[in-house]
Design a protein around this ligand. Structure first.
Ligand SMILES: [Zn+2]
Length: 114
């Protein structure tokens, strides 16, 4: 209780490779490995997220070989300044719950083949 087991570099690398370095929510360049829920440190409970999707997640260590934070910040600045939304989630009033429903399988079927 209160103690969360650290994700080893080896496991982090394997999850990063399994998810092909792409955010599991939006498909953008992944930024870090996070737990899906609870504290279990198993491949089934880990996934990679991009910087933006990961902002809402508890802080975790960066994956090995992650992107340069300065480049990520510059990309966010470009998105903020873009005249047209670059992604669905940049639209004002974006329905993220609806997006999750239509783009993600239920958690119960999200196991990974080994
Ligand atoms: Zn994302």
């Amino acid at each position: 209780m209160g103690f969360v087991r650290e994700i080893s570099d080896d496991l982090r690398s394997r999850v990063y490779a399994r998810d092909q370095g792409r955010c599991r929510l939006c498909g953008q360049q992944a930024f870090r490995v996070v737990r899906i829920e609870g504290t279990a440190t198993t491949p089934e409970n880990l996934r990679v997220l991009c910087y933006e999707c990961g902002l809402a997640r508890p802080a975790e260590r960066l994956p090995v070989g992650g992107p340069d934070p300065a480049e990520v910040a510059a990309a966010i600045d470009r998105r903020i300044a873009a005249p047209e939304p670059e992604r669905p989630c940049d639209e004002p009033g974006w329905d993220w719950r609806g997006y999750r429903r239509t783009h993600l399988r239920p958690a119960s079927s999200r196991g990974y083949a080994r």
